[in-house]
Design a protein around this ligand. Structure first.
Ligand SMILES: [Zn+2]
Ligand SMILES: [Zn+2]
Length: 258
């Protein structure tokens, strides 16, 4: 009997960038997500903000995606991952979290600028092309339902759904849930952040079996210390996921991670 093969477009990256272009052609954001200027070209950022965005690219720590100044080889890992290997398999982000990208993320999170989701998801599809080629399903970091009510949407779920649409990897926006409302992570140190989110996530009972032996791609908007994605990874692995990769739009890059 002929083996049933998953139809994987070849090469994947070409197909991804085509669909990215297709989606961004359809949904042109009218204003720059970072500064609010009217944009004439396609994409989320205007011509003056675009060069300010610090995209993260190789060489990177093969585990957490921390950017290296020099190329240390394909499997090189950073000092932090060496000291304490992360629970997730790999993590990547599109750009650095800094003044310019912070404005973009705040607008995306709080100002109904969900129109830029396809452009952002397109960038994530490129940064995480190898993760997406292997992923069985996409799961976003959830908001607690109380916060969801006040904010009206979960920016990570919107990114996950846009990515799923673009790549045909199924996305499950409510597979992970927050079992308790955690205070905002901002202003907390690394240890306090870990304590704050420890045990705050669970799998929705009726969906838990979807992740059994599956490779999960976890989506969030920003990775700061990694506390939130680690807590989610713990829940997914404890629930039987085969592996967890993490893809975020931005990540904080601290200078000292030798
Ligand atoms: Zn701008
Ligand atoms: Zn690392």
């Amino acid at each position: 009997m002929a083996a049933i093969r998953k139809a994987i477009p070849s090469p994947v990256s070409v197909a991804l960038s085509r669909s990215v272009k297709f989606v961004s052609d359809l949904l042109l954001p009218r204003r720059c997500i970072a500064c609010g200027e009217v944009v004439e070209s396609e994409g989320a950022f205007c011509a003056s903000c675009w060069p300010e965005i610090r995209f993260l690219s190789e060489p990177l720590c093969s585990a957490c995606g921390f950017p290296f100044e020099f190329d240390h080889g394909v499997d090189a890992i950073c000092g932090a991952c060496h000291r304490e290997p992360p629970l997730y398999h790999r993590a990547r982000a599109v750009f650095r979290y800094d003044d310019t990208s912070r404005n973009a993320l705040l607008a995306f999170k709080h100002s109904d600028r969900t129109d830029v989701a396809p452009a952002f998801a397109g960038m994530m599809a490129q940064a995480g092309a190898s993760f997406l080629a292997e992923a069985d399903l996409i799961v976003p970091v959830p908001l607690h339902r109380r916060r969801l009510l006040s904010r009206r949407y979960n920016q990570s779920a919107i990114l996950a759904l846009a990515l799923g649409k673009m790549t045909l990897v199924p996305a499950f926006p409510d597979l992970l849930v927050r079992t308790r409302a955690t205070p905002s992570q901002s202003g907390l140190g690394a240890k306090a952040r870990h304590r704050n989110v420890a045990g705050a996530f669970a799998l929705r009972n009726d969906m838990a079996k979807k992740i059994l032996d599956k490779r999960v791609l976890l989506i969030d908007d920003v990775m700061t210390t990694g506390a939130t994605v680690l807590a989610c990874t713990k829940t997914l692995l404890a629930g039987g996921a085969a592996s967890v990769d993490v893809l975020t739009l931005a990540r904080v890059v601290r200078p000292a991670s030798d």
